[in-house]
Design a protein around this ligand. Structure first.
Ligand SMILES: *Cc1c(COP(=O)(O)O)cnc(C)c1O
Length: 359
């Protein structure tokens, strides 16, 4: 046949996710840790990988890794689920809590994967935009209003804290209030909590409707391996188990994840350095005429700059890849730079000054 039937109707208007990842001297576009796993840890990773039976299916639930994560968070195994990156668990959230006739509350601009997953699962999306004039703070009153009351349609929400790509974390007290005013599932996406040093973990015991999502991809230098996890009530975790792909987390990733998690303290100095560099970048950007950085609790800085698209190109031509949000809804005129090594940050700042005609 020289033709094929139309795919599912929900695919109309969807575009495949494109991280716009181009090779560059300074990769500062994907919020990764600029430092790869060091030599010593890498040797431990290699010997762990060497012991993995490749002919056998992995433990579907990654129980050994689950136990390590549970123990570190003062929880039981039943309160933890490991996924193929946080992204798989975000998709599973839409599979388990979304669907036709169900509603997802989204707070754009935010991680675009949330809304894409809602569309893929035919979930209705209720958008409550963040307040750009207040550094993209959540419209707290509007959110509380939308979820409370007996006729609220909201079945689940996902709140990135800190919010990617804008930068600020949500107020803990607000999230607490939200959890208390609705039985909708509230996923606190803490992909960057190692940089904000804030977690909703203390709220877990009293709130069955709270799920905390985390990843090994950012602070722990493991974006290439695909390991993330959620913390939640055992009944909620069981619902997630119904929709997940049985062998989504392969045995090699499980083995690497265990080594990295057991050695997570080794990443602390690097995290500290990233936080210091973030503050330096913020300060330098604030001093550049015409450039407006937004405050950040994470490992990147979003900033407004005149002619952002041309500036992106100038930076790229000079070997610096940042993320272009200049034409994204609600983010017009902005670029996002992920904090790099000191050398990369210097290169970025120098090239931005040149692009702005500052010397
Ligand atoms: C990076 C990121 C994740 C998870 O990424 P994975 O690599 O799939 O673990 C989740 N949420 C946000 C907001 C992110 O930026």
């Amino acid at each position: 046949m020289d033709k094929v039937r139309e795919p599912a109707r929900k695919l109309a208007g969807l575009v495949p996710y494109d991280p716009k990842y181009l090779p560059a001297r300074a990769m500062m576009s994907a919020n990764e840790n600029p430092k790869d796993v060091d030599e010593d840890l890498r040797r431990q990773v290699e010997s762990a990988v060497r012991r993995v039976p490749l002919n056998r299916y992995p433990d579907p639930l990654a129980n050994e890794l689950r136990d390590l994560i549970a123990c570190a968070n003062g929880l039981d195994r039943e309160q933890v689920l490991v996924g193929n990156g946080g992204d798989e668990l975000l998709f599973n959230t839409a599979l388990a809590w979304g669907g036709p006739g169900r509603t997802f509350l989204n707070l754009p601009p935010t991680f675009s994967v949330y809304e894409a997953n809602a569309r893929l699962t035919n979930t209705d999306v209720l958008n409550i935009p963040r307040l750009r004039e207040q550094d993209f703070a959540i419209d707290e009153a509007a959110v509380l209003d939308a979820v409370s009351g007996p006729d609220s349609q909201v079945d689940f929400t996902i709140i990135a804290t800190p919010n990617n790509p804008t930068g600020l974390r949500a107020r803990t007290e607000f999230l607490g209030e939200l959890l208390a005013s609705t039985d909708a599932l509230v996923v606190a996406d803490e992909a960057y909590f190692e940089f904000s040093r804030q977690t909703m973990r203390p709220y877990l015991d009293a709130n069955k409707n709270l799920v905390i999502l985390r990843t090994f991809s950012k602070a722990f230098s493991l974006a290439g391996v695909r390991v993330g996890y959620i913390l939640g009530h055992p009944d909620v975790i069981r619902q997630y188990m119904k929709v997940r792909q049985p062998y989504s987390v392969d045995a090699v990733s499980q083995a690497i994840g265990r080594v990295i998690f057991q050695n997570r303290a080794a990443f602390e100095p690097g995290i500290e350095a990233i936080i210091e560099e973030r503050e330096r970048i913020l300060k330098e950007l604030s001093a550049m005429p015409g450039v407006h950085p937004y405050p950040s609790d994470a490992n990147w800085v979003l900033f407004e700059v005149p002619e952002a698209e041309q500036v992106w190109q100038r930076l790229f031509d000079a070997g610096v890849l940042v993320r272009d949000f200049s034409t994204a809804a609600g983010l017009e005129g902005t670029l996002r730079v992920s904090v790099g090594t000191k050398e990369q940050d210097d290169l970025f700042l120098d090239e931005l000054k040149k692009a702005r005609g500052i010397s």
